[in-house]
Design a protein. Structure first.
Lengths: 285, 297, 333
């Protein structure tokens, strides 16, 4: 069996009709089955666009080009649109930063979950409902039957994020792409969501592509971490290598810029002195 | 010195909501005090109550020994001269229709009584923006043309314009990138050292608070659950909630959520398989920060 | 020049240069919008007609020739004649002043009154706000024309009556709009920040509220002028507006419709002018509002970027574009 679930070669995302430098340039990486891979970067690094590009969800005005973009053996560039939607709808789950904006606020959780799974798997209504309850249990939501009858705004932020994950899980995806899934959440809730992602990865073997600005967070859960800066991958390394000391100065700087509970308080924080990595000048939007 | 004694803040309903309950908090002169808590814990309400933006239902606020609870008129003006608040969202807290230099000049003008555009205002505003590290070229721009980090520097400059000795900083780095956050934190440390100001630093980020502050308050559901010197609170937290909070903070290689599976279908990557980009990025890979064209002629 | 020394690195923040740069950028931003230029040209042409007025066309607009009444287009009369044998085209052009001026006057009165009421209401206490809001909503419930007709019933038919009627009819709209606009600005973070800094009432109303509502007010005023022209025509059409011998497009439309089968142009030409004017005024307001909003400056390239002394194109290619342009100009000796 092919052990690579996602293969990206020379991925470039450009703004059409403008001569700006492309926001993502020549990105290559692979995600293997069952692996948890992190992409870390600051704003303007192209990490979010990369994830949207893989799911073919780029907003208008952006175009994607790659030598290879293969998911589970299927070509994501050549295939027909319908084929693509079906494949991505069932085999790849997306979790976004703001669950409120990805859930329809005017419809009950149950309706949305059932609809999603019926569309892709052609299940009967009752089977779909049963599956929805089971997936909510999987993400540790209490009283799942009751939740099906609630509207998104009646749930807390952490719970909404878990509902989003549950929706993705119903189709038993082989890859979960999570873009800053916990940025809007409190740290204690973040811990729960991370625990959940790790458990799911353990149980079902779904690979996870986790995008975050927080390198400490990624170092806790990922097998491998990809560091991006202004549209390019600057380093792609295992977590153990990261902890032992990365090679690239940007990765090093990124690690040192965040104070942790052990940082020496009497010293100023090390900043990314090299102007090449200066983010305070706004990147070209 | 800022002292909050038995502060209650209830927002009128319906239904009435008590955001802060019986809070005692002291910021001694020249110190940095941290206030941590998760969303909805009431920490921002404390910031607004201390500065007179949100009315206090009961309790007293004193600043350098003077009662400034629910200030009006003269007391309010004096409070505003001594204590200042910097907001979380730098894009929202600056007037989008005012150039940066004007925004700071305005604050200088309010404090000094000189009119905007006067020699004094221009000089002092430029001084403050220089001090907080805002590039000269950014001064004649509008807020939307600057990065979040630069704008937060502008907000700090504005707060300093009134010669404030007490800064309340409400999640000022929450919306910034980590490398920019590091610079702003360094700036705050420098300012405190050079200008001998006191700071109340409010944040949900425990690592940052631990790095920046001497003394710490932990808030939950509108109440202070733990208080003490930062070293003690972080070293041996007494309250259950503080422990939960600390345990949830991601740390480098903390490895808490993952049961690194021995049975994993994926063999660990060999170190050779890793690729690092060349240490010096190729010339075209990184935009040099947009050079701002100066008046060349 | 002010008495401030330029800063050491050549950049400074003096007010006069700043203002000049800002104005220039506004002009450029305006010129970057094709609809703005087009509507501006149409408005310029209309302005010429307004200045000329009914007398600018000599007697052709008013002298009737009953022998040649209700003729179709011919060499003598490009758009034919009306029921009294007057040249339609000349008469329509001659009516521009009355039609536009009266409507504009009425809308400006409504704008000032509405902005005052709305602004004061937004600054008032909760009780006043509730009562005032109720009154405005009730008045809006009547609808513009009905309200105008009531006013005319009180004041009497005629030009002044019509102006007053439209001013009164439009005031609640402006008041309601200003109220919600100011209200939405009041709750922003920057207002709280201004209060913390200690900015006084006048500073807040001018630099914060004023600047942040100005462009929306401009759009709405221009749209309202367009609507005002229509409303004025409607009143004249109903016979409640200007009275003979004064004439405007609405009145001509009424007459033209009566003889529509004899010479349709008697109705179509004034109708077309009403339409074109309405469109031009509305689009112009839109372009103007975009031009005064610095957030939108960098969005589109100026059509005349190269010609207005800007050696660097004023394009949104880099975020710093417009600011950099100000700076370059500010430092030119």
């Amino acid at each position: 069996m092919n052990d690579v679930i996602l293969r990206v070669e020379d991925l470039t995302i450009s703004t059409s009709g403008r001569d700006d430098p492309p926001p993502v340039r020549g990105v290559d990486f692979t995600v293997r089955r069952g692996e948890i891979v992190g992409i870390v970067g600051e704003s303007g690094s192209g990490k979010t666009l990369t994830s949207l590009g893989i799911a073919r969800l780029l907003p208008h005005g952006l175009s994607l080009d790659a030598t290879t973009l293969e998911f589970d053996g299927h070509d994501l560039i050549g295939g027909s649109d319908r084929e693509l939607r079906r494949l991505l709808g069932t085999q790849m789950a997306m979790v976004f930063q703001d669950p409120m904006s990805s859930l329809n606020p005017a419809r009950k959780i149950g309706k949305q979950m059932v609809e999603a799974v019926r569309e892709h798997r052609g299940l009967s209504k009752s089977a779909a409902r049963e599956l929805a309850v089971r997936s909510l249990e999987d993400v540790y939501i209490t009283e799942p039957e009751k939740r099906l009858w609630q509207y998104p705004h009646e749930l807390s932020g952490g719970m909404r994020q878990r509902v989003m994950i549950a929706m993705g899980l119903m189709s038993e995806p082989s890859l979960i792409v999570a873009d800053e899934p916990t940025t809007a959440l409190d740290v204690t809730v973040q811990a729960q969501v991370m625990q959940l992602l790790c458990d799911l990865n353990d149980r079902s073997g779904s690979a996870v592509l986790l995008i975050s600005h927080n390198i400490s967070l990624l170092s806790e859960v990922c097998d491998r971490i990809i560091v991006m800066f202004r549209g390019r991958i600057v380093e792609d390394l295992t977590t153990s290598k990261l902890l032992a000391g990365p090679d690239h100065p940007y990765t090093q700087a990124l690690m040192r810029a965040v104070p942790d509970l052990a940082t020496d308080r009497t010293k100023a924080l090390e900043t990314i002195a090299d102007t090449e990595f200066d983010l305070e000048e706004p990147a070209r939007a | 010195m800022l002292e909050l004694k038995a502060i209650d803040v209830t927002y009128p309903g319906p239904p009435p909501f008590t955001a802060v309950r019986h809070v005692d908090l002291t910021v001694a002169s020249g110190t940095t005090v941290g206030l941590v808590g998760e969303s909805g814990s009431g920490k921002s309400t404390i910031a607004r109550a201390a500065i007179g933006l949100t009315p206090v239902t009961s309790g007293t606020v004193t600043l350098d020994g003077k009662d400034v609870t629910n200030p009006r008129g003269r007391t309010l003006r004096e409070l505003r001269r001594t204590a200042q608040l910097v907001f979380q969202d730098p894009y929202a807290s600056l007037n989008p229709r005012m150039e940066i230099a004007m925004a700071v000049q305005e604050a200088v003008s309010v404090a000094s009584g000189e009119r905007i555009g006067s020699a004094h205002c221009v000089r002092r505003a430029t001084e403050l923006l220089d001090r907080t590290g805002v590039p000269r070229a950014a001064m004649i721009r509008y807020p939307h043309q600057l990065s979040g980090g630069q704008l937060q520097r502008v907000s700090i400059a504005r707060a300093l314009a009134t010669e404030a000795t007490m800064l309340i900083l409400d999640e000022v780095t929450a919306s910034l990138d980590v490398s920019v956050q590091a610079r702003i934190l360094n700036l705050l440390r420098e300012l405190q050292r050079d200008l001998d100001i006191s700071m109340l630093y409010i944040s949900h980020d425990l690592s940052v608070v631990r790095y920046l502050t001497d003394h710490l308050y932990v808030m939950r559901h509108g109440e202070i659950v733990e208080e003490g010197s930062s070293d003690v609170v972080f070293g041996s937290p007494q309250h259950e909630y503080t422990r939960t909070l600390l345990a949830a903070v991601p740390t480098m290689g903390g490895n808490r959520w993952r049961s690194r599976r021995e049975h994993a279908s994926v063999p660990p990557l060999s170190e050779e398989a890793e690729r690092a980009a060349p240490v010096t990025p190729p010339a075209d890979s990184v935009e040099a920060p947009t050079p701002v064209p100066r008046g060349t002629r | 020049m002010t008495d401030v020394h330029p800063d050491h690195d050549g950049t400074d923040v003096r007010g006069d240069q700043r203002r000049r740069g800002t104005t220039r950028q506004m002009v450029r931003a305006f010129l970057s919008s094709p609809t703005g230029i087009l509507s501006g040209l149409v408005l310029a042409a209309l302005a010429v007609l307004v200045v000329m007025g009914p007398n600018g066309f000599g007697s052709a607009a008013v002298v009737s020739d009953l022998g040649r009444a209700s003729e179709g287009p011919s060499e003598d009369f490009v758009a034919g004649t009306d029921a009294l044998g007057r040249d339609i085209l000349t008469r329509t052009l001659a009516a521009t002043r009355t039609s536009i001026l009266y409507a504009t006057l009425a809308v400006l009165i409504a704008m000032v009154a509405g902005a005052l009421i709305g602004g004061l209401l937004a600054a008032a206490g909760p009780r006043v706000r509730r009562i005032g809001g109720g009154v405005i909503d009730t008045m809006m419930g009547f609808g513009d024309i009905l309200l105008a007709v009531v006013v005319i019933a009180i004041v009497g038919v005629g030009s002044q009556g019509a102006i007053l009627a439209i001013a009164v009819a439009f005031t609640p709209n402006f008041a309601r709009f200003t109220y919600s606009l100011v209200d939405s600005v009041m709750v922003r973070d920057y207002m709280a920040a201004a209060k913390v800094i200690g900015v006084g009432r006048s500073g807040i109303s001018r630099r914060y509220v004023g600047r942040n509502v100005a462009d929306s007010m401009a759009i709405v005023t221009f749209t309202a002028i367009a609507e005002g022209i229509m409303a004025m025509s409607a009143l004249s059409f109903l016979g409640l507006g200007v009275q003979s011998p004064t004439f405007d497009w609405g009145q001509m439309l009424t007459d033209g419709v009566r003889n529509f089968y004899l010479n349709p142009y008697a109705a179509l030409v004034p109708a077309a002018l009403i339409l074109v004017t309405g469109l031009a005024v509305g689009l112009f307001g839109d372009a103007l509002a975009r031009a005064v909003n610095p957030v939108l400056w960098s969005e589109r390239p100026s059509l005349f970027a190269g010609r207005l002394g800007g050696r660097r194109p004023l394009v949104g290619k880099d975020v710093m574009g417009p600011g950099a342009a100000v700076e370059t100009e500010g430092n030119r000796p």
